[in-house]
Design a protein around this ligand. Structure first.
Ligand code: NAP
Length: 374
């Protein structure tokens, strides 16, 4: 197919330097017009996006305050930088300079952002073209994007501060939201940083509501993190008097989980050690094992701990971005385990509103998020 946009990809080292540009030119709903290289792929798969500040007719431009780096990505950057904040800063600047987006090449994941709308393309929000189904946007609206930074063109001018514990990065930057890109307006009653952190993982509790049935035995790995805690809350609501087992690594995080009181059993275990996790979970729930296992860990190598804890024909939900398809598929086959494995789609209908409502109705959970992020 002949590209409708000048995506020849040749440039002098600056993103988009060789492209001709017409102000308010027609943009593609899915953002193909911003793909630099390789040609013909979607923006998420592209190595490099055009991050120039010119406005296409269906785009939203956002003045970015905070990047919420995906937890698996931030954990990898922090580890590679030996926890040195200057080296993390350099790595983030380098990734965005090279790729035109904050797309970690090691983990493949992105994150999302918080900012204010500064420009709207002349055809953005045209009801006959609207793909995102969201509310109309106006200049000055405070929004969090609900699409990954790994497909969001980003011009990153400076980094002001990096929260090394939470992966939230204060920046001077401009981002582009495509016409198909979903977003959430920030709620008035929840601190912005808390909303940002919950929106990042909002697919997880919404999908948990679909997967967990009354009476289920549920195991949550990485239960003390953002997604883990919201998943535990939802699993408690959905399973009723079912059994909830939280697996977390480290005393502090386990204490946090215990205090919230959602889980029946909290196990302090390293999820990268499958035999130890399997033995401990089997010990507490019995040989039938779990109906649903939900993986919310932010480090690699936890596929088999999840699969081993599932009963025959049970469901394993891999929300973690550090999940390897190969390790999960071949690992399950290797131990003859017939389980349904679900990829953690970042999107499902109503996910953002669902997660915010979960916080509103759970003051102790909201308090944990406020202490961590606000
Ligand atoms: P988070 O807040 O950092 O939580 C991760 C939790 O896992 C933390 O409590 C962490 O404990 C724990 N953990 C780390 N290593 C562990 C180990 N070896 N054994 C047991 N627990 C361990 O992360 P998050 O934001 O909830 O994200 C969780 C995962 O979901 C990440 O992989 C992230 O990339 C992914 N994610 C997926 C989507 C999607 O659309 N599918 C969207 C957003 C995020 P410590 O804090 O003590 O290390």
């Amino acid at each position: 197919m002949k590209p409708r946009y000048p995506t020849d990809g040749s440039n002098d080292g600056r993103v988009g330097a060789s492209l001709h540009f017409e102000q308010n030119a027609p943009g593609d709903p899915y953002g193909f017009h911003r793909v630099m290289r390789p040609q013909g792929v979607m923006p998420q798969a592209a190595w490099q996006l055009d991050n120039r500040p010119q406005l296409y007719d269906n785009e939203v431009h956002i003045d970015v305050d905070v990047l919420n780096i995906d937890s698996a990505s931030f954990a990898q950057l922090r580890e590679a930088a030996n926890h040195d904040v200057t080296r993390v800063e350099t790595a983030i600047l380098e990734i965005v300079r090279e790729r035109g987006k904050m797309h970690n090449p090691v983990t493949g994941s992105g994150g999302m952002l918080l900012g204010s709308v500064t420009k709207l393309g002349s055809r953005y929000g045209d009801p006959s073209r609207r793909l995102n189904g969201g509310p109309n946007l106006a200049i000055g609206d405070r929004v969090a994007t609900l699409v990954s930074l790994s497909l969001t063109p980003l011009e990153l001018r400076a980094i002001r501060h990096i929260d090394m514990a939470n992966g939230q990065v204060e920046v001077d930057a401009t981002a582009v939201l495509f016409e198909s890109g979903i977003y959430a307006k920030l709620p008035d009653d929840i601190p912005e940083r808390v909303a940002l952190s919950i929106f990042d993982v909002c697919g997880a509790p919404a999908q948990t509501a679909r997967l967990v049935s009354p009476g289920d035995v549920v195991v949550v790995l990485g239960a003390g993190g953002k997604s883990g805690l919201t998943v535990l809350r939802q699993a408690r609501l959905s399973s009723g008097d079912g059994t909830l087992v939280a697996v977390e690594y480290g005393d502090e995080a386990c204490e946090r989980v215990r205090k919230l009181g959602f889980a029946d059993i909290v196990l302090n275990l390293n999820a990268t050690q499958p035999t130890a996790v399997y033995a401990a979970v089997r010990d507490v729930v019995g040989p039938k094992l779990a109906d649903v296992v939900i993986n919310c860990v932010n480090v690699p190598g936890t596929e088999m701990s999840s699969i081993l804890c599932s009963r025959d024909r049970g469901t394993v939900y891999f929300f973690s971005m550090a999940t390897s398809f190969t390790a999960a598929a071949l690992g399950a086959e290797g131990i003859g385990k017939d389980v349904s494995m679900v990829i953690g789609n970042g999107y499902c209908h109503g996910h953002a509103a669902h997660a915010i409502q979960l916080l509103r109705e759970s003051p102790n959970l909201l308090e944990v998020f406020i202490q961590k992020f606000a």
